[in-house]
Design a protein around this ligand. Structure first.
Ligand SMILES: *Cc1c(COP(=O)(O)O)cnc(C)c1O
Length: 395
């Protein structure tokens, strides 16, 4: 589907305005259950309890409308929305693996995903995990054992923005009968289509750009109808991490402007990244859209655009000066998460210094001067002015 058709679909696909008195925005099905005229009517609804709404832990029409639009956006046959990105990720992983299986993933995978794989599922299901840098497809192939059932990718990774060669890694997996999941939160389906590159399941934290307004937490899985039907009847219904109708309705609102928002995030991020790169107080900038990005060629091959989350390193290791910069910002708000309309800053060291020994911290290649910013939709001239006055405050 071309981007033009996508814009039209985000407005019109699956809408049934005639059924709702012509309301241009669909009403919210804010109900737990659906009632029926007869025994036979309930009986036939149960013939397909994914398509037919019976109880909102399974299927809700407001949620389904947004799932259909997301499936179209990502080029998948079917999508399911979840209560959070982690509910989607844990369900997708459990769909693919069983006790004793082996998983290969990247070293810098999103923190809670890393904990889920390397601690929780090791303790609960006896799985084993191999971490690779992920940048060379040969690493994935070399990590395969006779128990390997899953390659879990995150490209670009939200921690250090490293990329995996998606078609190459997916092809290796297919050749060995291994399933693949890719966390596409950073690029969004607007800029990257993992399913078309051979990935089985695309997962999202919809709390970031799919929501885009920092007003709800949600997640999603997109893939084939066979996979998604199995997930809908097993992980979705049995673990119960379902999407709320009101949040789905907010996400529908967000979808109306999805491609315009992503274009503006991309343009603003480019202005900020290129300016930071030339700034004397900045040691280096990590943003896949920069010509200087180490995997720039791969980034251009598998993405059609770049979102607004980036990293940069201040030119000092003096924690007091770093804190002065961080605290002086006025428009960049200090907080976790990203992908909303507002610009944000976070220093990974704040969490890592609490959780890790100084040696482990140093081994991760992260320093106290590493900043992560989410470039929002404000006028980029104001964002540059805000950064400039904060650099001046460092002393
Ligand atoms: C935020 C995030 C998640 C988790 O999503 P939640 O909605 O917070 O549960 C997963 N992956 C990435 C890359 C994220 O940034």
């Amino acid at each position: 589907m071309t981007q033009d058709h996508l814009d039209t679909q985000l407005t019109h696909l699956g809408e049934n305005r005639a059924a709702h008195k012509g309301a241009v925005v669909p009403p919210i099905f804010q109900n737990s259950l659906f009632t029926f005229e007869s025994w036979d009517a309930i009986d036939s609804a149960f013939d397909d309890r994914i398509k037919n709404p019976i109880y909102s832990r399974g299927t809700n029409p407001t949620v389904r409308l947004v799932e259909d639009k997301l499936a179209a956006m990502a080029g998948g046959e079917m999508a399911r929305l979840f209560a959070s990105g982690m509910a989607a990720i844990s369900s997708a992983i459990l769909h693919c693996i069983g006790p004793g299986d082996h998983v290969v993933t990247i070293r810098n995978v999103y923190g809670p995903t890393q904990n889920l794989l390397s601690r929780y599922l090791v303790e609960k299901m006896g799985i084993s995990v191999t971490f690779v840098s992920g940048e060379d497809p040969a690493e994935w192939e070399a990590a395969i054992t006779d128990r390997t059932r899953l390659f879990y990718l995150e490209s670009p990774s939200s921690a250090v923005f490293s990329l995996q060669d998606i078609p190459a890694v997916a092809a290796i997996a297919k050749a060995h009968g291994i399933r693949t999941i890719l966390d596409n939160t950073w690029a969004t389906p607007v800029f990257q289509k993992p399913l078309a590159m051979g990935i089985d399941l695309e997962v999202h934290s919809a709390s970031k750009y799919l929501g885009g307004h920092s007003d709800f937490v949600a997640g999603a899985i997109v893939g084939s109808e066979a996979d998604l039907r199995s997930i809908a009847l097993r992980e979705y219904e049995l673990l119960g991490g379902k999407m709320a109708p009101f949040e789905a309705w907010l996400m529908l609102r967000s979808f109306r402007t999805m491609t315009m928002r992503m274009r503006q995030h991309r343009e603003n991020a480019r202005v900020v990244a290129e300016w930071l790169e030339t700034h004397p107080r900045v040691r280096r900038v990590r943003w896949p859209g920069l010509a200087s990005f180490p995997q720039a060629e791969l980034a251009r091959r598998q993405m059609t655009g770049f979102s607004g989350l980036m990293g940069f390193t201040l030119d000092t290791d003096d924690l007091a000066a770093i804190k002065r910069f961080f605290d002086a910002l006025r428009l960049f708000l200090r907080g976790v998460s990203w992908g909303g309309h507002e610009s944000l800053i976070y220093a990974p060291a704040i969490s890592y210094l609490k959780e890790l020994t100084p040696e482990r911290f140093a081994a991760l290649g992260i320093s106290a001067g590493d900043m992560r910013i989410s470039v929002g939709l404000e006028d980029p001239r104001d964002l540059l002015a805000d950064l400039e006055q904060a650099f001046a405050a460092m002393g």
